[in-house]
Unconditional design. Structure first.
Length: 460
């Protein structure tokens, strides 16, 4: 070996040392990566624990609603007391039937009129009452679903929400808690969310991007049904306190109508009681004082199986029908107050439709009309529906249609069904533009022994 070769050997680092350094470095990198993965797993576990904690059943109600004029002691998560999760995810039947618990009764009050005082103690009337417990159970179940769904809705309804998103969230929760099953169980009618001068029958069609504002006055009106027994109840959402007198007037007028209603009471007497309370209020807006008026061509109504308007109308002004309320009937007692002219007309784009309960048999020539009518018959029957539902993948009912129910290019067929009298359109009902309208509504049962306000809750 020469001297030069020896120098090169001394200065060249050994290959083994380099390899061992690389191995150490790789080991360190793996250790760091492993530690990071462990941290991520821990974070995921923590997130899962938090999510699970938020869905734990039971607890103490504590959340207050965003809207005004809802009960002072009311919490939007009241259903925790029944063992429900927050937000509610357990079907109402599982909360009660599977635990052998009875559905909550509504508010029980005696029938007015001296001629009805015997009913509470009558053995015959009590026996008649007991014979209908199965019907009462269905009505009370639907009422409890309504309470839980509206309480959930009151937790997220606030300025800035799109009305389409609001309706989707409310209706999907309704389907979930009632365990939607076509005509056996489901939504009673489309969610009304009429704003300001629009009093009723408005729900957004596809493409409607209306957003709820702080100064809006919105009427939320939706229904639940079990075996055709429909709960129809509504309240008014407002955030600005300047509308308080209007909401107070309508709420108190509805209470007066409920108090006056009962077996053998004339319908016109209910209307007179409502008007007397409603028109004792006034409201000041932008320095001008407006009397609160009843919308005289809107009414409450009797409710029958699969029939939201069963024939009798309950006026909200004096005069009119002297027909009497009868035993075993159900009524939606609803009142509408306005700062406008007190008279509504049909206007704007239609969204609500319903098959006529006594629809005539009409031979249809258009294949599209036949197809659409067959879809309506099996999905909605004589219950109300809206265009949004026809455009869902399930066509309005996952239980009936699965994911293959969506109706395409149906407007011509729908118009044809309306023209021949099979389907009735229900366009939005509006007062004069610039006015404000409010609504409150409850469903009552005229039982043989008492009057039960089945949709009553801690909120209204």
């Amino acid at each position: 070996m020469t001297a030069e070769e020896a120098k090169v050997e001394e200065t060249t680092p050994p290959v083994e040392d380099e390899a061992s350094d690389d191995e150490d470095e790789a080991t360190n990198i793996e250790a760091v990566e492993g530690a990071e993965k462990k941290k991520k797993k821990k974070r995921k576990k923590k997130k899962k624990k938090k999510a699970d904690a938020s869905l734990q059943a039971g607890g103490i109600p504590s959340l207050k609603p965003h809207g005004r004029f809802l009960g002072k002691t009311y919490f939007t998560d009241y259903y925790l007391e029944h063992g429900q999760t927050n937000p509610p995810t357990i079907p109402v039947s599982e909360l009660f039937e599977q635990k052998n618990k009875e559905y909550p009764q509504g508010e029980i009050t005696p029938h007015p009129l001296e001629s009805n005082t015997y009913r509470e103690s009558s053995a015959e009337k009590r026996a008649h009452d007991r014979m209908q417990e199965d019907i009462y159970a269905k009505v009370r179940q639907a009422a409890e679903v309504h309470r839980q769904v509206r309480s959930y809705a009151q937790s997220f309804i606030k300025p800035g929400i799109k009305l389409t998103d609001m309706c989707h969230m409310l209706e999907n929760k309704n389907r979930e808690l009632i365990q939607e099953d076509g005509l056996r169980r489901g939504i009673g009618f489309p969610t009304g969310c009429s704003l300001n001068h629009v009093a009723a029958h408005y729900t957004p069609n596809t493409g409607d991007d209306t957003v709820l504002q702080y100064d809006d006055v919105m009427k939320i009106d939706f229904g639940c049904q079990i075996d055709g027994r429909i709960i129809d109840s509504a309240w008014t959402v407002a955030f600005n306190p300047r509308y308080d007198p209007l909401l107070d007037a309508v709420k108190e007028a509805t209470e007066a109508g409920i108090k006056t209603s009962g077996i053998d009471v004339r319908l016109c007497d209910v209307g007179e009681a409502i008007q007397e309370v409603m028109e004792s209020y006034e409201i000041e807006l932008d320095g001008k004082t407006y009397p609160v008026q009843c919308i005289r061509n809107l009414n409450g109504h009797s409710i029958g199986p699969y029939q939201i308007h069963a024939g009798k109308s309950v006026p909200i002004v004096k005069g009119g029908d002297t027909t009497k309320m009868e035993e075993d009937e159900m009524y939606a007692i609803e009142t509408f107050g306005t700062t406008g002219r007190g008279y509504i007309v049909e206007d704007l784009e239609c969204s609500h439709y319903m098959k006529n309960f006594h629809a005539p048999h009409v031979p249809l020539r258009l294949p599209r009309s036949k197809k659409l009518l067959a879809h309506i018959n099996k999905t909605f029957g004589t219950l109300a529906f809206c265009r949004r539902w026809l455009e869902r993948d399930d066509g309005g009912s996952a239980a009936v249609n699965g994911s293959k129910g969506k109706q395409e290019k149906y407007m011509g067929a729908l118009k044809n069904l309306c023209d021949v009298g099979i389907i009735q359109p229900y366009p939005p009902l509006v007062d004069v533009k610039g006015s404000y309208t409010a609504q409150y509504e409850h469903t009552i049962m005229l039982r043989p022994t008492c009057k039960e306000i089945v949709s009553r809750g801690d909120d209204y």
